[in-house]
Design a protein around this ligand. Structure first.
Ligand code: PLP
Length: 368
């Protein structure tokens, strides 16, 4: 199979599986237990925390493990009390946007331009409002288009207006450098299964002296911010995946970028192809496009029959037959948005797969 859907999820790296196995088969102790096996497991969690923290350049004490990016996003938004105004960009993942909808009149949408970029002017407007939000959430990179936001500049503006900033770095992690220390953000969400780690594990990073409102109350794990016996094997796997991502970040990015260039050249030889966010800074592995007059879901199914896995938008939104909300909010026409196909490449893809994809795609498009 040709797997071109790494923004939906990645295969677990063999080296990650190896690191996890002992914590499934041999070291099953509860990390809260005081005897030797408990302490050993506790120290494996500590190591994983250091590994993930090192990838995003933050002290391990400012990182808690969660069940994934969704929980990290929920924890931040729900930590902001009900009667506070919040602002979120219009291209956020549903784990932000669906929650934000529940804020009703207290929610301010932050618009993007046609390239899917939150402009500095939009942020300036936010800072000049009478009813300023307590928190703004702007994702670092979009899961569909791969568009990367200028978080550093947004953070500085919001900081001077005393507005907290959360960034969902789930898609950026492992693909471009992500440094919590260098960005003046207050909260950052991460997920393991987008960086060749296991599913069901993620993290929330937060600035010193900031308080969260725990959503899970119990045995006081994760510094009391997130109770529940830790998912040890997954946390160990996330740690290993983060260590590998740090070591291999540049080579993975370069590899994906070259493949994406090849893909882009191939696509441009097909008539009536639109590449979304083409003028924006994008993740090196992501390319979302439409072929005029061709339905995205239908194309996806045809590619599936040839054993090529792509997405017609975000995994969560696919299957609904609706135009992508991200593209719609960028001002893309309904028909074109409905045709969207997302190709998201990974470290193990190669040039022959791109060539085959283009050949197959051309044959479908020519048939109409
Ligand atoms: N945020 C973004 C941008 C995502 O793409 C995803 C997953 O697709 C999530 C959050 C949710 O992460 P998880 O699957 O770990 O809950």
């Amino acid at each position: 199979m040709i797997y071109f859907d790494h923004n939906a999820t990645t295969p677990v790296d063999k080296r990650v599986v190896e690191a996890m196995l002992p914590y499934i088969t041999s070291f099953y102790g509860n990390p809260s237990s005081l005897y030797k096996m408990g302490r050993l497991v506790r120290s494996a969690i500590d190591t994983a925390r250091e590994q993930v923290a090192a990838l995003v350049d933050v002290p391990p004490s400012q990182l808690i493990f969660t069940s994934g990016g969704t929980e990290a996003n929920n924890l931040v938004i729900k930590s902001i009390s009900d009667h506070s105004v919040i602002a979120t960009s219009v291209i956020e993942h549903p784990s932000i946007s669906e929650l934000a909808r529940q804020w009703g009149d207290l929610h301010i949408p932050i618009p993007v331009n046609r390239q899917g970029v939150v402009t500095i002017a939009a942020i300036e407007q936010l800072t000049q409002r009478l009813a300023k939000p307590k928190l703004a959430s702007v994702m670092m990179a979009n899961n569909e288009t791969g568009g990367v936001q200028n978080i550093a500049e947004i953070a500085l503006l919001l900081k001077s207006a005393k507005i907290l900033l959360h960034t969902d770095a789930v898609q950026a992690l492992g693909k471009i450098p992500v440094s919590f220390a260098q960005l003046a953000v207050d909260f950052m969400s991460l997920s393991s299964h987008k960086i060749y780690g296991p599913k069901g594990c993620g993290a929330l990073v937060f600035a010193k002296n900031l308080n969260l409102t725990p959503q899970l109350i119990g045995g006081g794990q994760e510094g009391g911010w997130r109770a529940g016996t830790e998912n040890v094997a997954a946390i160990v796997g996330f740690g290993k995946a983060a260590e590998l991502a740090k070591l291999e970040l540049d080579s993975r990015a370069e590899h994906c970028f070259l493949l994406r260039q090849q893909l882009e050249e191939g696509l441009k030889s097909i008539p009536h192809v639109t590449i979304f966010s083409e003028q924006a800074v994008r993740l090196p592995n992501t390319l979302q496009f439409s072929v005029e007059g061709i339905d995205g879901e239908m194309l996806l199914m045809q590619l599936d029959q040839k054993n090529i896995a792509v997405s017609s938008g975000s995994a969560c939104a696919s299957g609904g037959g609706k135009a992508s909300a991200v593209l719609t909010s960028m001002g893309v026409e309904q028909q074109l948005a409905k045709g969207a196909i997302r190709v998201s490449l990974g470290k193990d893809n190669d040039a022959a797969e791109i060539k085959q994809f283009i050949t197959v795609l051309k044959s479908f498009v020519m048939k109409g």
